[in-house]
Design a binder for this molecule. Structure first.
Ligand code: GDP
Ligand code: MG
Length: 177
């Protein structure tokens, strides 16, 4: 097993936030296990998943927290955000409402998390290009205005999932080291 005798240099907690059904659990499954399921119930109840990475001869354990179906406004508790060094705000780029709610999720994160938390905006389901409701430009503009990293992903096709998580983790590492 790869974890054998491994010394962990850093543990970074990253939380997923965003409306229900935008693909948070599938992004997590893709990044930590390289899996995808069309049945979203498969991962309900999972608190967090980890993946261990080597960077700069350091071993980083990424601890990625999932909302476990508690996305109703205000249902996600303070404990969820406690100690988080990164947050991924996910919307479904085929669902206008999920993008409109990103501002609320950002407010939640800023109210509960550490001041210098690294936040990344994720437009997921880029594979559904004919159903797109939010342009890349509109999302990028919002991200720039709010000082967020931004990427479009597809958990289904595995597009940009690895780059998105690595970008946020490397930025956390840059701040923490
Ligand atoms: P969550 O509620 O935010 O955790 O969303 P889930 O991860 O449970 O995904 C909700 C639904 O969207 C499920 O049916 C997934 O299979 C589907 N889904 C997730 N990511 C993608 C994606 O990148 N592309 C497509 N086409 N479907 C996706
Ligand atoms: Mg979920």
């Amino acid at each position: 097993h790869g974890d054998f005798n491994q010394k962990i240099d850093y543990v970074f907690k990253v939380v997923l936030a965003g409306d229900s059904a935008v693909g948070k659990s599938q992004l997590l499954a893709r990044f930590t296990r390289n899996e995808f399921s069309l049945d979203s119930k498969a991962t309900i109840g999972v608190e967090f998943q980890t993946r261990t990475l080597a960077v700069d001869h350091k071993i980083i354990k990424a601890q990625i927290w999932d909302t476990a179906g508690q996305e109703r406004y205000r249902a996600v508790t303070t404990a969820y955000y406690r100690g988080a060094m990164g947050a991924m705000l996910v919307y479904d780029l085929t669902k206008r409402q999920s993008f409109d709610h990103v501002a609320r999720w950002l407010e939640e994160v800023r109210n509960h998390a550490d001041k210098n938390i690294v936040v990344m905006l994720i437009g997921n389901k880029s594979d559904l290009s004919t159903l797109r409701a939010i342009t890349t430009e509109d999302a990028r503009e919002f991200a720039q205005r709010e000082n967020l990293f931004f990427m479009e992903t597809s958990a289904l096709e595995s597009t940009n999932v690895e780059p998105a998580f690595l970008t946020i983790l490397m930025e956390i590492y840059r701040i923490a080291r």
